[in-house]
Ligand binder design. Structure first.
Ligand code: FES
Length: 386
């Protein structure tokens, strides 16, 4: 053992002596081709997460009296990033002196995104949506965020059987989810309950029938009209049990707040685990205050300071948009954290059930302006939209 150690020690010394000449030789033999300026990982990351994209409206189609379908393409000619069926994008536009954004569920499928095609369904409700429904025309350009959101199927969490419940314009994400199931992108079996007032308010009937012929199960429920072959009334627990095994499926809900509260009560007796029911988030609305006061909001944005009005019944994000300040935002529901800003001073109110801040954010004074209302003059520090 002693002899061997000495021999190895001697060989190590020899190798050490040759280290520098060997290294010089390897360097001399090396290629002098310049290093690549783009790496595959970076290119892929950029394709999947392009951030904000410039888009052009290429087609408009009226679906119902109040629902308009808008088709976009990317101006730079790149494909839209692949996304999870059920996700949304946020559209930003300069309208009447304001810089406004709103999130909309994607109607088209993830595969269509790769053909530089992204379709949204816009219901004519509110300032931005009314603009998109009444005034936006082919050729108009907008800024769009990359697809985001947690409202999508998750293999490890969700059951293979999914039950989607749509109310009114809440049908939009389910068209994408059904399309993704039919084209093989997603591997679930989907049953869709679609509630509307009457036949005239059922959107995308033709498209749903085409998907039905390929394997989608659809149950239409009309509340104000009786029609043969359609269920009548509301989408109740009893009706769901008539068609699906409620304990062996995962529910996805998208519709008006009244539908969520009604279904919450209907689901109660079943004691489903929290992960069995997913609900799409809706934008935070104005507070119902009679004769709201207007406060002063001091806004720091990088090196600039602005003093703008902020109404008591509107979120801080709305005040920023009215002043045409490009504040980052996506979900407008308190969940994504994209509008995350630093509170400096002034009392505020966070919309009930919308406080998606982490404990550390609350402790160190961060707020989400999309769900925060001023209660007096305030001062905040907002990141700029990238
Ligand atoms: S925009 Fe998503 S949390 Fe404010």
């Amino acid at each position: 053992m002693k002899f061997k150690r000495q021999l190895f020690g001697f060989q190590d010394m020899l190798r050490f002596k040759k280290l520098v000449p060997n290294r010089r030789q390897k360097l001399a033999e090396g290629s002098n081709t310049p290093l690549p300026t783009e790496y595959r990982t970076n290119t892929l990351a950029k394709r999947l997460h392009p951030g904000r994209m410039k888009v052009e409206l290429v087609e408009c189609r009226q679906i119902t009296e109040t629902l308009r379908e808008l088709t976009f393409r990317r101006v730079d000619g790149d494909a839209f990033p692949f996304f999870r069926a059920g996700q949304y994008v946020s559209i930003q536009a300069a309208i009447e002196g304001s810089l406004v954004s709103r999130p909309y569920s994607i109607v088209s499928t993830p595969k269509q995104a790769l053909e530089n095609k992204l379709v949204l369904g816009v219901e004519k409700v509110g300032f931005m949506s009314s603009y998109l429904c009444d005034k936006a025309k082919v050729g108009d350009r907008f800024v769009m965020t990359e697809p985001s959101g947690e409202f999508h199927y998750e293999t490890l969490r969700d059951k293979k059987e999914i039950v989607c419940i749509a109310g009114g314009s809440g049908i939009t994400p389910f068209l994408s989810m059904a399309g993704a199931m039919i084209d093989g992108t997603e591997k679930y079996s989907m049953t869709l309950f679609y509630g509307a007032r009457d036949l005239a308010h059922l959107a995308y009937k033709e498209e749903l029938e085409a998907l039905q012929s390929k394997g989608l199960k659809v149950i239409y429920v009309l509340s104000d009209e009786k029609q043969e072959g359609y269920e009548h009334g509301f989408i109740s627990g009893e009706l769901l049990k008539k068609y699906v095994d409620v304990e062996n499926c995962t529910f996805f809900l998208c519709g008006p707040p009244a539908m969520y509260s009604f279904l919450k009560k209907e689901f109660e007796p079943w004691n489903l685990p929290v992960k069995a029911v997913h609900q799409d988030a809706s934008c935070c609305a104005d507070r119902p205050i009679n004769a709201p006061q207007t406060f002063q909001l001091v806004v720091h944005m990088r090196d600039e300071v602005y003093t703008i009005p902020a109404k008591e019944n509107e979120t801080l994000l709305t005040a920023l948009e009215r002043a045409a300040l490009d504040a980052p935002n996506k979900c407008r529901a308190g969940g994504c954290g994209y509008c995350h800003s630093k509170w400096i001073k002034g009392k505020f109110f966070v919309a009930e059930g919308r406080d998606g801040r982490r404990e550390a954010d609350v402790k160190f004074g961060f707020i989400h302006p999309c769900v925060t209302y001023p209660m007096e003059d305030m001062e905040i520090d907002v990141p700029i939209g990238e």
